[in-house]
Structure formats: structure tokens, C-alpha cells
Design a protein around this ligand. Structure first.
Ligand code: NAP
Length: 314
């Protein structure tokens, strides 16, 4: 996994924070914009046009928006983006055939299948059929295996945890991270588990909380760093947080307010927790913008590795 150059990270650290009453509110939009700037300049220096293929099956409204945003960001970065909008009744075989042709297409460096897929398609089969070197979501076994074993030099790391660690690094140096107790709430393959691996790699002492954990509040209260990825609005309460902790809220939950309006909230009770922490990500505007930026970074890294491989072989 390529981390943004030090100068850029330092810059984002000073530019990305705005002081609230007590806590630093980590500005995910600014850090994400810094990552995109770094992607654009690295792409220009490498003189390549990374190809990103985005596959959407069906017409789920939220998925359509995500896919459109990803394609638009790819264009903005100077990538060649191809979007495949397939009908909802597409068979698994048809998706596998499309992926096979993209795996063999030398102009395509990244392949992304928007989840969830319609029920006739086994997402597991589909994800594992993507060539690992083009798996820009980082969900292929080879990439998850590399991450777990700490062999991340040429691994593609899942975008949301990769973005979350970048946000932590915008307020804490690598030496500060070392030895800290990090608690990850949630153990999904997409967020919780890779997040725990990334924190371990930073020499944190990591505890993972899940739905069967006894006394989660007590464990969470010991944490210097809390990463919440549960999917339950305002699940992490003030009493679960140690004074001065850094809190990263991955959750995106749509709720209806008392006034009948819909609103996005995280997994952390932001308003009550913020006075206790040293730094916290807001929802929206925290982890969310990072995910798409890290996807662009993964696609560029995949394209650069592909180019280097061709140069070496010729
Ligand atoms: P998920 O697959 O549903 O996993 C949720 C995890 O939370 C599971 O490991 C579950 O434990 C755990 N959990 C559920 N109830 C719990 C409880 N009462 N106590 C402790 N742990 C509990 O969700 P996900 O995909 O990881 O996503 C988590 C959140 O992040 C969602 O709000 C999602 O929308 C958001 N998200 C945001 C982004 C982004 O770009 N910002 C990207 C991905 C996800 P078990 O394993 O025991 O069931």
C-alpha cells in the first residue's frame, strides 16, 4: 500500500484540522483532497492512464450513486474509466465472463464490482474471480492474505480501512501510534478485520469487539484509539470513551429526526463524545470521502505496478 508522501501528510495534518471546543475535528474532505492531488501528480509523473472498470448489476439507487461518483473521480484523476451497467437479472456466469475479459484487458488496471449483488449471483465467487493485481477493492484472498501477514508492499488494501489509518496518521505520528491500545468495534471483512491488521502493522495493541463480546464498554474505555464500524446509529456512547482518545467513526447510518427529516449519523454519539476526545471524525465528512480517494490511489498503484512489470519483462 502506498502512503501519501511525508510532506503531503504533514501538510494535510496541519490543514485538515479545525478546533472545536475541545477536540480536533478531523477534516476527511481535506485529507481526501490531498490524496487525490498526490494521485494526480504521481499519475502525471508516471505518464500513464490507469484504466478502471466499474461493474454495477441492477438499479439499486444508492449503488448507482456510488458507482457514478467513482467513475467521475476516476475521470478527474486522468484515468480512463469504463462503467458496465448490467440488468438486474444478469446471471453469475455473465458477470464472470465480463470479469475474465477485463482480467485479460491490458488497458484495465483496476476492476471493481459494486456490492451488494442481486441474489442469483454469489458475490464471493465474483470477487475471487478478479485478478488479484486488479482487485482495487482489496477483497481478493491474495490481498487479504498479504495484509494479514504484513506483506503490504504490493498488496491492494481495502479502501475504507486504508483511508481510516490515513486519518489517524493525520493527527498522530507513526511513533505516537506505536504501543497504543486500539479498539476496533466490528469485525467485517470489509472494514473491521483489515482495520485491525493495519493497526497491528503500526505496532498498536489491537482488540476487536463484535456482537458476542462481553463488556464492550469496559474494553472500549481502555482504548487510546477507537475505530467504530458497527452500523448502529450513535452506538458508542460518551461513557465508553477514555479522555483524550482518538475516535474514527466509519459508520454511515440514515436516521429520521424528530422533525421527520432524514439525516446521516455515524456509529459514535458525536455530540456527547467530542468534548472527551483529542480528535474525532465527523459523519458526514470524515471517513466517507477517504474511501473513494483510496480507491483512486489503489488503481494508480495497480497501474504503476503493471507498467513496471511490462518494462521488466520486455
Ligand atoms: P457489517 O458487515 O454489518 O459488520 C458490523 C459489525 O458490527 C459486525 O462485525 C458485528 O458483529 C458488529 N456488531 C453488530 N452489533 C454489535 C453490537 N451490539 N456490539 C458489538 N458489535 C456489534 O458492517 P460493515 O460493512 O463493517 O459496516 C459498518 C458500518 O460502516 C456501516 O454503518 C457501514 O455503512 C459503514 N461503512 C462505511 C464506509 C465508508 O466509506 N465510510 C464503508 C463501509 C462501511 P458480528 O460479526 O458478531 O455480527
Amino acid at each position: 500500500m502506498a502512503i501519501a508522501p511525508l510532506s503531503s501528510s504533514k501538510l494535510s495534518a496541519s490543514n485538515s484540522k479545525s478546533q472545536s471546543c475541545d477536540a480536533v475535528i478531523i477534516d476527511g474532505k481535506q485529507v481526501a483532497a490531498d490524496v487525490i492531488e498526490s494521485v494526480k501528480s504521481r499519475r502525471a509523473m508516471a505518464d500513464i492512464v490507469p484504466g478502471l472498470a466499474v461493474i454495477l448489476v441492477g438499479n439499486d439507487a444508492a449503488s448507482s450513486v456510488y458507482v457514478r461518483n467513482k467513475s467521475a473521480k476516476a475521470e478527474e484523476c486522468g484515468f480512463a474509466s469504463q462503467q458496465f451497467d448490467l440488468p438486474v437479472d444478469t446471471s453469475e456466469q455473465e458477470v464472470l465472463e465480463l470479469i475474465n475479459s477485463l482480467n485479460n484487458d491490458t488497458n484495465i488496471h483496476g476492476i471493481l464490482v459494486q456490492l451488494p449483488l442481486p441474489k442469483q449471483i454469489d458475490s464471493h465467487q465474483v470477487i475471487q474471480s478478479i485478478a488479484p493485481e486488479k482487485d482495487v477493492d482489496g477483497f481478493h484472498y491474495l490481498n487479504t492474505g498479504k495484509l494479514t501477514t504484513g506483506d503490504t508492499n504490493d498488496a491492494l488494501v481495502p479502501c475504507t480501512p486504508a483511508g481510516s489509518i490515513q486519518l489517524i496518521k493525520s493527527v498522530m505520528g507513526a511513533s505516537e501510534l506505536s504501543g497504543k491500545h486500539a479498539v476496533v468495534v466490528g469485525r467485517s471483512n470489509i472494514v473491521g478485520k483489515p482495520m485491525a491488521s493495519l493497526l497491528l502493522q503500526e505496532n498498536c495493541t489491537v482488540t476487536v469487539i463484535h456482537s458476542r463480546t462481553n463488556n464492550p464498554g469496559e474494553i472500549c474505555r481502555q482504548a487510546d484509539i477507537v475505530v467504530a464500524a458497527v452500523g448502529i446509529p450513535n452506538f458508542i456512547k460518551e461513557g465508553w470513551i477514555k479522555q483524550g482518545a482518538v475516535v474514527i467513526d466509519v459508520g454511515i447510518n440514515r436516521i429520521t429526526t424528530d422533525e421527520g427529516k432524514t439525516k446521516l449519523v455515524g456509529d459514535v454519539d458525536f455530540e456527547n463524545v467530542r468534548s472527551k476526545v483529542s480528535a474525532i471524525t465527523p459523519v458526514p465528512g470524515g471517513v466517507g470521502p477517504m474511501t473513494i480517494s483510496m480507491l483512486m490511489q489503489n488503481t494508480l498503484d495497480a497501474a504503476i505496478r503493471g507498467k513496471n512489470l511490462i518494462t521488466k519483462e520486455s
